[in-house]
Design a protein around this ligand. Structure first.
Ligand code: NOJ
Length: 724
């Protein structure tokens, strides 16, 4: 048997042997990722048999199986890697578990559960013959106009890095060679979410210093967590498209951070250099740029193949440069055991895993923890004994598409908006009805209005329903058409007739509970001021309605905390908490300085008291790890979970640094009346600044350490620390 086909030698040895047998066409083929739904079946087969494509995306189940069989029959039999956007669950496959969106689960601040969700997604995608998910998104969600905020873990680089590392661990499992492990893909490298005006895939005006301070840290954490692949974003940074940036891909990602997996471009990034961004005159020039910059796999630019072969044959690109890319791709294929029968046989046995009871249980637990209680005036929630009849009103009360959000079979790869979900789902209405029936409460329903179309409304009808009930639950927000790639919004107010509907409902004089079902924070100060209680659910997936109902009726005590801040007005953006101190720069004359709701904020049905903040050392050096301790007491009437957050401020630094930055957190369950001392490590080397020369330096001096329940000053205890 040829060496590379023998499973005993190491992946490295097998790569060397296989590479030595490959023609230049076979090598370039390994760099190709073909989009299955952009080619005919015959073309797809040709890509396997004649041009040796290394990867496909969006081919599922039997289609993937068929192509894999074909690849085995080729001269070298190199298996294909199949990739999918399993973004919140393996949700492009109807019947699989649909988790809440990434933004939603980030509000759980629960790494353990997020890792479990990653595991579930991996098992279900792997059972479908897939090897790779283009997840997680590590973009820092700061301009809320951007259409892809729903895909982020929120606005803070540290929280993003911690949660990303957890889900990567979940996807990749104990070993890549396990039959239920899939490759993670940290994306979109780099600063994609920071594009000017929140306009998707546009230019980003950030310096390398800022990149190192704010946007690179989550990617560093992902690399350290062993993330196998990284996707280069669509955007340009200060005029250079990321896919054409040797500095970002080779110098920083591969050489400096030591990333040893492979880099895939985003969708047709190579073509975009010619047709959209116009930094290349033709495909040969674009191909040269992306190879030289350090991209290892080319997503959906099929013309790259001919250009790359030509560039090598003409001596313009050295073959050694292609070898470097192909080695990375093959190394992952060997590490995953794709050449070995064992993985294939085991995968075939896993068909029963889709939304199985164990997976549904993980989904329910994470959904419960992801919902954030934003308002609860006079303890309007949980609903009390006096309630006999509830009116559930609003365009998102019974809309599973709005609740699922982006990246499910409703929207990708070819949108199927009329599909009926195969696995059980609970809209808000369904969840409230099920629990209400159990306790003998009647539920009335009216849609009230449409999200987008101002002509589709029956506010009078909705009011008639409201008038018959003891309490109104208004379910409002946004819809699929307002979230996702290229769906940036200039206006974050409630669209359609939703605001009018709310105002009329308020005028009815009934207690008003608002449930927000939305991709991302909207500008809803009226809701904050006027609703008796507000639950933020974002895109809560299949079980959102069940979990929200459990919270409404007090079966579950909410514990979610916002991972992203809410503005008073679109013109107030950006409102992220970790602002820079400035002269007059902090505030508009016609807006408050603070956001409506700040990062880290979220209420509980119980109350917590923080006391006795102590540091194990108040004077330390850069190599120390100190302990930050605080006493936390549950002072309310029921058990609850609280997320204790540590923020740091460098009081005087040689460059302007944020007024506070999250550096640690811990979510703990605490029984009523109980006090726990919470002990959290703080690594002093994490208190670095980035200098104008792009150096990382911990500057001696005073720091303020802040600990509490949110990023707002009023919620934080403070202590002083000196770094020598
Ligand atoms: C483009 C998106 O930007 C990226 O996030 C996604 O993974 C790819 N398309 C593949 O669908």
């Amino acid at each position: 048997m040829n060496n590379y086909q023998n499973s005993l030698p190491s992946p490295e040895q097998r790569v060397i042997d296989l590479l030595s047998r490959m023609s230049i066409e076979e090598k370039i083929g390994q760099m190709m990722q073909i989009s299955y739904n952009q080619v005919t079946r015959d073309e797809a087969e040709d890509w396997v048999t004649k041009r040796h494509a290394g990867s496909f995306l969006h081919a599922l189940g039997d289609d993937a199986k068929h192509l894999q069989e074909l690849s085995k029959s080729t001269r070298l039999g190199i298996p294909i890697i199949f990739g999918i956007d399993a973004i919140h669950g393996h949700a492009l496959h109807n019947g699989a578990t649909v988790f809440p969106s990434q933004l939603s689960i980030s509000c759980s601040w629960n790494e353990k559960l997020i890792e479990e969700a990653g595991r579930v997604t991996a098992r279900e995608a792997a059972a479908d013959g897939l090897h790779w998910t283009f997840s997680p998104v590590l973009c820092v969600g700061r301009d809320l106009r951007w259409g892809r905020i729903n895909e982020t873990f929120g606005e803070d680089p540290y929280l993003i890095g911690v949660l990303a590392s957890a889900i990567i661990k979940g996807y990749q499992g104990k070993s890549l060679s396990d039959s239920d492990s899939i490759l993670a893909c940290a994306k979109h490298y780099l600063a994609y979410g920071e594009s000017i005006g929140g306009r998707d895939s546009y230019d980003t005006e950030v310096s390398l210093r800022k990149i190192r301070e704010t946007f690179l840290p989550p990617f560093k954490m992902a690399v350290d967590a062993g993330c196998a692949t990284i996707m280069a974003g669509y955007e340009s940074i200060d005029g250079t498209p990321v896919s054409a940036s040797k500095k970002l891909l080779r110098d920083i990602l591969k050489d400096e951070l030591g990333f040893n997996g492979f880099v895939v471009t985003d969708w047709n990034n190579t073509g975009s250099l010619v047709y959209n961004q116009k930094v290349a005159g033709d495909m040969d020039c674009a191909a040269k740029k992306v190879i030289e910059a350090g991209n290892d796999m080319i997503m959906n630019t099929n013309k790259f193949y001919d250009s790359a072969v030509k560039l090598v044959k003409e001596g313009i690109i050295p073959e050694a440069m292609i070898d470097e890319a192909v080695k990375r791709v093959l190394f992952i294929k060997f590490s995953m055991g794709l050449f070995d029968e064992k993985r294939q046989a085991e995968t075939a046995k896993m068909a029963h895993v889709f939304n199985c009871a164990e997976h549904e249980d993980v989904n329910l637990r994470i959904t419960r923890e992801s919902i954030v209680l934003l308002e609860n005036k006079k303890n309007a929630l949980p609903l009390g004994n006096g309630v006999r009849r509830i009116a559930v009103i609003g365009p998102n009360a019974d809309d599973i598409k709005a609740q699922f959000g982006d990246w499910t079979f409703f929207s990708h790869p070819d949108p199927k908006p009329d599909t009926v979900p195969l696995a059980p789902t609970y809209t808000m209405l369904a969840g409230i009805k099920e629990l209400s029936e159990k306790i003998g409460i009647e539920v009335l329903y009216h849609q009230g209005c449409d999200i987008m179309d101002t002509k589709v409304q029956d506010i009078k009808g909705a009011l008639d329903v409201a008038n018959k009930a003891d309490v109104v639950i208004a379910v409002i927000g946004d819809c699929l058409a307002q979230n996702g790639e290229g769906k940036d919004r200039a206006d974050l107010n409630l669209s359609g007739a939703q605001q009018r509907l709310l105002e009329e409902l308020k005028n009815s004089g009934k207690p008003l509970i608002v449930i927000l079902v939305n991709g991302k924070p909207l500008s809803v100060p009226w809701v904050a001021n006027n609703a008796d209680a507000v639950l933020e659910t974002f895109n809560s997936g299949a079980l959102g309605g069940k979990a929200a109902a459990e919270i409404i009726f007090g079966e579950i005590n909410p514990s979610g905390k916002l991972s992203i801040s809410f503005p008073y007005h679109t013109g107030q953006l950006p409102v992220y908490y970790n602002q820079l101190p400035g002269w007059h720069g902090g505030k508009y004359m016609d807006m408050p300085e603070e956001p409506v709701y700040s990062f880290g904020y979220g209420l509980s049905y119980t109350s917590f008291k923080y006391s006795n903040l102590t540091l194990s050392q108040t004077s330390c050096s850069e190599s120390d790890i100190i302990h930050v301790c605080v006493d936390l007491t549950n002072t309310g009437e029921i058990d609850g979970a609280e997320t204790v957050q540590i923020y740091v401020n460098d009081i005087v630094s040689s460059v302007v640094t944020p007024i506070k930055q999250l550096k640690g957190f811990k979510k703990i369950l605490i029984k009523k009346g109980e006090t726990k001392t919470v002990d959290m490590p703080l690594r002093i080397s994490d208190l670095y600044i980035v200098t104008p020369d792009e150096e990382y330096v911990v500057e001696p001096g005073e720091f303020t350490i802040m600990v509490g329940s949110s990023s707002m000053d009023k919620d934080l205890l403070k202590a002083s620390l000196t770094v020598k």
